[in-house]
Design a protein around this ligand. Sequence first.
Ligand SMILES: [Zn+2]
Length: 450
Amino acid sequence: MQSIYAKNIYLEDSWQKNVRLDISNGVIQDIKLDATTQSQDEIIDILIPGLCNAHNHSFQRAMSGLTEFKPASTQDNFWTWRETMYQLVEQVDASIISAIAAQAYQEMLENGYTSVVEFHYLHREQGTDEFNHTLLEALVEAATSTGIRLIYTPVLYQRGGFKDEILSARQEQFYLTCEELILHYQYAKSILAKRHSLAIGVHSLRAVTNASMQKIVDFAKEEQVPFHLHIAEQQKEVMDFYEIYEKRPVEWLIDNYAVDENWCLVHATHLDEEELNILAKSGAVVCLCPTTEANLGDGIFKLHDYVTQGGKLAIGSDSNISINPFEELRWLEYVQRLVKLERNITSSEDRSSGYCLFNMALDGGALASGNKKIGSLKKGGYADFLELSSDNPSLVAHETNTLLDAIIFSNHNSLVNRIMIHGEWLMTDPLIKKNFQIAMHKISNRKSRD
Ligand SMILES: [Zn+2]
């Protein structure tokens, strides 16, 4: 049994002082409030739960900062960015993916994420026609080397658009039949260590037929795991969908499926008022990825209206243009302030914006991951947390009532001193950075050869 004594700890949804946690098998077994220190205690200044990165494509970490030029004589947007991403897909193999993912996971941990939903559609290694599990194994190796809690989420990608267009040559590495995706999921289930788990999904409505989607939705239900998909990220996608289905994507989705708290809708940027209302009432979680959505020029989610109606939210690093949960939450609030010309859009009654944002991300992350043992520190929950220090210049002189605001809005320094996952303090393996450097040089050399 491990015993931790926290001077300040964020338990469930409130701050407590002088708390002892007894931890074994990765789980918080007991919590004593108003405790006094004992000889075996490890004394910590500030403890907060780590956040769930509810949407991530770790291989895209290799693109960050490399796509900020406008192509000559054309407008740059999500679709041109996607072509550059497809070029990257042609350059990576399993060993490169493993190295990139390990660096991304390490950065997630250092900045405050303790679990990650890996939304994965790149199923075939470059140059191999056979369906195998090599890229999954590369991701598991990366997660294991860093210690992050992985929610592996394989997704179906079968067609090039809403009119059943065939996949482009560059998209062929994404293709699996429904049966192959389910076999792949079963294989992942057989190899994942106990701390990891699974979800499943489809890439988007444009990437699958209704019949294929129904099979995967049914399978998710049987397995009792969350179902994830990208939806309504781009206006063009919404218009193309409307042309064929004569409904908007989220409206159609809720008319045709029993969307509930087991669903995670990624982005859902372009919703009309009616869609916003029905989605908020469905219990589903919307995963917003503010830095990626800004970087790709996606648009702005109507946060205030959605939250006011009790809508649930998670956050994700998505393309990994940057990796920091507190930056995502800051952007989430700031974009709304810029649009509405007001302050404190997410705060409610006597709760500050930082408090509301942090709690939304914790609750939504637990839903999106399908794991009730993460998301808040409680008896029976996993011991996944971040150690902070009150003498950090960003936090100094803050009482607990403004600490979450300081963490999110005035985060001038690296805040996380140490990270515990599943009851173990993590150590950084210097090889992760080294392997990432080697992988990035390999990609760069392959690109210059092409
Ligand atoms: Zn995505």
